[in-house]
Write a protein that binds this ligand. Sequence first.
Ligand code: ADP
Ligand code: ZN
Length: 723
Amino acid sequence: MVVGVLVELSNKNIDRIFEYNVPEELASLIKIGIRVLVPFGKMELEGFVLEIKKEKDTDKELKSIIDVVDSNIVLNEELLELGKWMSEDTLSTLISCYQVMLPKALKAKNGSNVSIRFDTFYKLNNDINIDKLNDTQKRIIDLVKEKGIVLKKDLVDISLSSLNTLVKKGYLLEEKKEHYRVLYKDKEIVKKILTDLQQKVVNEVINGKNQTYLLYGVTGSGKTEVYMEIIDHYLNMGKTSIVLVPEISLTPQMVNRFRERFGDKIAALHSALSDGEKYDEWRRICRGEASIVIGARSAIFAPLSNIGVIIVDEEHSDSYKQSDPNPRYHARDIAIKRSLHHNCSVVLGSATPSLESMARAQKGVYKYLELPERVNGKSLPEIEIVDMNHEMKKVRGHFSNKLIDEIGKRLEKREQVILLLNRRGYSSFVTCKNCGFTFKCPNCDITLTYHKSSNTLRCHYCGYGEKVYQECPECKEKALNNLGVGTQKIEEELQELYPMAKILRMDYDTTSRKGMHEEMIDAFKNHEYDILLGTQMVAKGLDFSQVTLVGVINADTSLNIPDFRSSENTYSLLSQVAGRSGRAEKEGRVIIQTFNPDHYAIRYTAKQDYLAFYNEEMRLRRELKYPPYYYLCNIRISGKNALYLFDEAMKIKRSLERNLNSVIILGPNSGNLFRINNIFRYQIIIKYKTDKELREILSKIIEHYKSNQKLKIDIDFNPSQML
Ligand code: ADP
Ligand code: ZN
């Protein structure tokens, strides 16, 4: 027997199949998709068996595989095929595509040898003569009789010798069962009666064709309940489901709702789980013990068979795109690809669908569904915009009189408040503290980024640059700053304003310990705190009935990010956080502080008019030739020698220009991340409409440079960030 093996070494040069002989004694264990240990040069590497043949293809002497790594296959036929498609679609190595599908515990170079644990338990043997036993032994037997099965670790107050005696005498059977690190308690099934609107959406999906649906549902419209009902339908048909959520460790409430309803049918793939825990969950999925998988991006590769539906919640989230390292895939694309294999539906849900998805829905590529009203029958919370250009002259801190006032009222009424400090990522753009002015690129309408080393402002798209002014060109004040404010500072200010208020600060610093985020959510839910202050993470999926006010301290930060999606991201973030207010009986309000009250993203947020925002943003995207009118592809060229890189980048650009028609090529530019650890990076951005020729020429370029040690090329189709 001869096998074709793909070895676990992510190098473009050896990303192909190598043949090995299979020793007789291992032949019966070999299957396609199993991992084997093989000699490779002077190394021993793990690899995937992708082919099994009777005869070798070459005349060369073949080496033999050393061993079989797993007792069973780790990638089934569907996933093996999917990997091949991904590798072509993202121009990544095949091995990187297979690696991203598997839990870390299975990754060779990781070397983490996660063990499988066992539980010991006891069962009753037949024919027991109780009379012969002493009291302790009788107690044990009674307990086992009552429960059927008793775990050894649950028998805490019972002596081991009594147990062993019972086993030796044949009264009890001792058995071992694999122990999963994550255990679920059985809970009462909680099922809500759907509203007519919800039921209509459910019916459309379960009775309609198997296709991709876009569900636009305002915050609090009961999307989660709809997802669960659809999943239940397929569960009853014996089918499985995948639910993707943006960041699972930030959405414990959502996971808990699923768990309450579906109990141990759920496998949750948290980023907060240890490698061992993830491995356990993955094995439960492989064995068909879990039929609903809920998790973040990589959960889309869950080895389920017979999938009935794939749900992508908050489908607009950029966390679904893997930006680094390869393969740079989008979970939405993988979901749709898998749905074709399983002939099942995909439901993309959001209160603020991405422009790409909405445009597809409007064209009829996706079927459009909507939940335009809140389940509680109330209208969406009223949103008020506070113009900080005026307020800054009146107040000293970061709070407007309006917001101070409204927070005070809630505290008096013992209602709760959520405050968002918008601090999305990077603060390397320059704004005027006095008037809120930001520097923009005249060609691209993108915020310029501050480069400290050269003291210049640059556009990361087209390379435009200008010197930093001392004063603001708008109001002429010397009030330029390029630093964001921290949550801690705001917390202090807040505590000074309301000495009696109990404030809970939630950001990446305070939630870094495992389980902390969940504890905080519980504490806030139990009203141990009055105000929840935090970064982006307070905007996501939280459902608190006592919250009647949401305040946004600075709406502008995300508007100023140098990315063509900054308006879309701002609209989405503000709508999401606004949606945390007034979710139950009491009416909710929202106050948004901004220096840009006239910006359309802010205005349409205030009106809660997604469609109007969508139309306006589409108009701009068309004008500026951005997605969804054009696709984007980012070619990143990195290496140690900046001059050499630039020359090569220019050559690449020229060859693209020679070979491609009707595309727009920008760059090469040095982005924000021009130099990291002495590695320089240039990027070339291509705006295109069809990709056939582009892929051909890119493949050639990759091929051309694949053995070049001085330069690395990374291709990112539909990049989520452009920095
Ligand atoms: P979304 O995900 O669209 O923001 P959720 O699914 O979280 O909305 O629903 C909002 C709130 O309404 C939740 O507390 C949920 O339990 C409740 N809810 C949803 N559907 C119903 C229903 N049919 N009957 C009663 N309550 C519901
Ligand atoms: Zn520009």
